[in-house]
Design a protein around this ligand. Structure first.
Ligand code: IMP
Length: 439
């Protein structure tokens, strides 16, 4: 492996999203020329602070706040232009014009009103046990169109398709019929509204639309450094996650090839982010979940409420079974363990080291949600540590039980923990090993 300061990297989630990836991307950004989103859409959420004001970014790559960085939305991202323009406008109101440094792939699909409508209606129609608890951002329906090769609008069409208006009308008519047939309602969907969205996207985003695959390959040839920013998390991956309670994209570094057009082999530094405890939003199995006061305390201390939907997150002990699996699937070379401070003050802290299911002990997650839902956690308790970690700046200065906790997790997940978060600020980050030279 090359020195981390010269190699391309990917930051991604090892859990069910919300691991704090944005903070790590933000820390690494100054060492990179491009920051690239390759999966997901406005279902992701990351809060940034500008001039003391908080902004929730969903679609813009975290790099947009760094002037020297080109932010790229790759072919694998599904882009809601209304949400994207709202984020651009919110930053412009603070005097930050991100459009000159934003590039959107011609190959990326647009998420339009009919996708969101279908997301909402299908969730409403699903039984309590089948409901996924999506973010209702139209992610699944848009990816489904792509996989079905249904008529769809991509950013290249905004620039090059002379028949776009007629095509949008045809798509909307077909969708209204399909929605009425499936759900008994078309939600009042109007072709004129969709056309207005498409036209606004064309006029306001035209300068950002380009062949990002060529752009990145030119960057690789010129030895520019590229940072890939995964959205969601490996446990929500459509192939490797807790299906069907997953999102619809490839959320780990394996998604870089399909989602950005860059062979993953070109990206050696793979930084997987995970919190020192587990959280999940939406439905689906969560073996180490704490439905008690301890879970409530983690939620309150860790401010565990969704950036995208505001929903309270489900909380539980660190799940080493699930995390070791994500490390294996993703090939994480480094792990960023965040929110260690949130666990401060507990007399003891738990780690889920195995699952008990149908009388068998499992150390790797079963594939089916039904078995996962039946599984009981095997919890190993370690001594806790005093409440305050936020002033600590070096691993060696952490209280011994906190160090022991980190080392035990490293052993269980079989990957080095190179970054430890002890608070929300940039400075509240401890870095061990080679990454210390670029953070
Ligand atoms: P969708 O991606 O909106 O289709 O939602 C599918 C599932 O993934 C739901 O349980 C969502 O709550 C969850 N999800 C999607 N993106 C994120 C994320 O960035 N953080 C946390 N959960 C997410």
């Amino acid at each position: 492996m090359e020195h981390p300061a010269t190699e391309h990297a990917c930051v991604f989630g090892l859990g069910w999203g919300d691991e704090g990836k944005g903070k790590i991307v933000d820390l690494l950004c100054p060492a990179f020329d491009y920051v690239v989103r390759f999966n997901g859409g406005a279902n992701a959420g990351h809060t940034v602070v500008v001039d003391g004001q908080r902004f929730a970014l969903h679609l813009l790559p975290t790099g947009v706040l760094h002037e020297g960085v080109v932010s790229v939305i790759g072919p694998g991202v599904v882009v809601d232009p209304v949400k994207l323009l709202a984020e651009i406008d919110a930053l412009a109101a603070r005097g930050i014009d991100v459009r000159p440094r934003l590039r959107i792939s011609e190959r990326a699909h647009l998420v339009l009103a009919y996708h969101q409508l279908e997301d909402q209606l299908s969730e409403k129609a699903a039984s309590d046990t089948a409901r996924i608890g999506t973010t209702a951002r139209g992610i699944g329906p848009c990816y489904a169109d792509k996989m079905k090769r249904a008529p769809a609008i991509r950013f290249s069409d905004l620039l090059h398709d002379p028949g776009l208006t007629a095509r949008v009308r045809e798509i909307v008519t077909a969708r209204c019929n399909a929605l009425r047939g499936l759900y008994g309602s078309d939600g009042g969907l109007q072709a004129e509204d969709v056309l207005e969205t498409v036209e606004t996207a064309r006029t306001r985003l035209a300068d950002c639309i380009t062949d990002t695959t060529a752009l990145l390959h030119d960057g690789l040839a010129a030895r520019r450094r590229i940072l890939f920013e995964g959205a969601n998390g490996v446990l929500l991956d459509v192939d490797h996650g807790t299906y069907p309670f997953v999102t619809s994209s490839s959320t780990g570094p394996h998604g870089i090839g399909s989602g950005a057009g860059v062979p993953p082999v070109r990206v050696p530094r793979l930084v997987g982010a995970i919190k020192a405890y587990a959280t999940r939003v939406g439905a689906g199995p969560f073996v180490s979940e704490l439905n008690d006061e301890t879970g409530d305390r983690i939620r309150v201390c860790g401010h565990e409420f969704g950036t995208t939907t505001g929903r309270p997150r489900r909380c539980g002990w660190f799940d080493a079974v699930a995390c070791r699996y994500s490390v294996r699937v993703s090939g994480a070379t480094d792990v960023a363990l965040l929110h260690l401070d949130t666990l401060g003050g507990f007399p003891e802290v738990g780690i889920c080291t195995a699952y008990r299911c149908d009388g068998v002990t499992l150390t790797t997650p079963p594939a089916d949600a039904a078995r996962l839902l039946r599984a009981e956690p095997v919890i190993e308790f370690l001594p806790g540590w005093p409440a305050e970690l936020r002033a600590v700046r070096r691993f060696e200065d952490l209280p011994p039980p906190a160090r022991e906790y980190v080392r035990r997790i490293e052993t269980l997940i079989e990957a080095p923990i190179s970054i430890i978060g002890v608070g929300p600020d940039r400075a509240q980050t401890l870095v061990r090993g080679p990454l210390a030279e670029i953070i």
